[in-house]
Design a protein around this ligand. Structure first.
Ligand code: SIN
Length: 307
């Protein structure tokens, strides 16, 4: 069923005192105006944090920041999370490059399927911050979907059916697809591709393939909102179910969660800094800008075991 969720979610902006929030779409997302993250007061920070939980994804334009500024801003939300794909840039282990070169052509790029960040970890990152430096003249957008709204639009019967279930999140599919289709090189996916001839995966990669089981419906520890914790990239099974039973439920949930009515789409510009809460939205990068360079840097903030 195609949803038009009027009345199920309120994405209007609060009347903040120290920042201004301008909603991006009916379903989620907002631009934050009136702040420079390098000179942020505690009051401004508190309102940005509130806006992030309210709108699920917020973004600020024209931020002139270096790696240290991005690290300092991230640390105001909490400790850095484990990053499952990269080892950071020189001198900034927690700043992850997300770079696609103009001449790099691949069927998959980093983040190009609907996903929540690193759910195969026992404690997946709560918040991700992505800063754009070089942006293609068109393409390279990121699309987000509000998983609280997706949960809210389910029937009470479906909600009861899902309530006790635990989803298996694993990197298995990413590793298999990457080994099959990506050329080994020194990029996050290229390094996974380089394991294609190994008889066994390195222990750290095997741990991510083994993955973790999490509640399929999770509760946000701060706002108390319930959301669907499921995605297209990593959700691969449901505890206690046969593979075909789980597949039917997961396929339904992913198609439900990714309906246009639940989404917003962010057009990047150099200097845009976006933050999203992985507990209450999923996202997807577009692989549609061959011939242009895209340079982004990501930090992630540690979360809790989903409950
Ligand atoms: C990511 O999935 O974290 C990257 C998103 C993007 O590059 O737009």
């Amino acid at each position: 069923m195609i949803s038009h969720p009027t009345g199920k979610f309120d994405n209007t902006a609060k009347d903040y005192t120290y920042i201004k929030a301008v909603p991006l779409a009916a379903a989620m997302g907002a631009e934050i105006l009136g702040v420079d993250i390098t000179g942020l007061t505690d009051d401004q920070f508190a309102e940005i944090r509130h806006a992030l939980f309210r709108h699920k994804m917020v973004y600020l334009r024209d931020q002139k920041i270096g790696h240290a500024d991005q690290e300092a801003f991230s640390l105001r939300f909490g400790l850095f999370a484990e990053d499952a794909y990269t080892e950071g840039v020189d001198g900034h282990a927690n700043v992850q490059p997300v770079i696609k070169e103009a001449d790099h052509r691949a069927p998959a790029i980093f983040g190009s399927g609907w996903h929540t960040d690193s759910p195969f970890l026992r404690t997946p990152p709560a918040i991700s911050l992505l800063y754009g430096i070089e942006i293609p003249p068109f393409g390279g957008d990121t699309i987000f979907s509000n998983t609280v709204l997706a949960y809210e639009t389910l029937s009470d019967t479906m909600k009861s059916l899902l309530a006790p279930l635990r989803v298996h999140m694993s990197m298995a599919e990413v590793v298999a697809n990457t080994q099959r289709t990506v050329t080994p090189d020194d990029t996050p996916l290229g390094r996974i591709a380089a394991t294609r001839d190994h008889t066994r995966l390195p222990d750290d990669l095997q741990r991510k393939v083994d993955g973790a089981y999490h509640p399929l419906v999770r509760t946000h520890p701060l706002s108390g909102e319930r959301s669907l914790y499921c995605d297209h990239t990593y959700a691969c099974g449901i505890e206690g179910m046969e593979a075909n039973e789980a597949r039917a439920i997961l396929d339904f949930l992913v198609s439900h969660m990714t309906q246009p009515a639940f989404t917003c789409r962010l057009r990047w510009a150099p200097g845009t800094l976006a933050l999203w809460d992985n507990r209450i939205c999923i996202h997807q990068a577009f692989n549609d800008y061959d011939g242009y360079r895209r340079v982004m840097y990501r930090t992630t903030v540690a979360g809790e075991a989903p409950a």
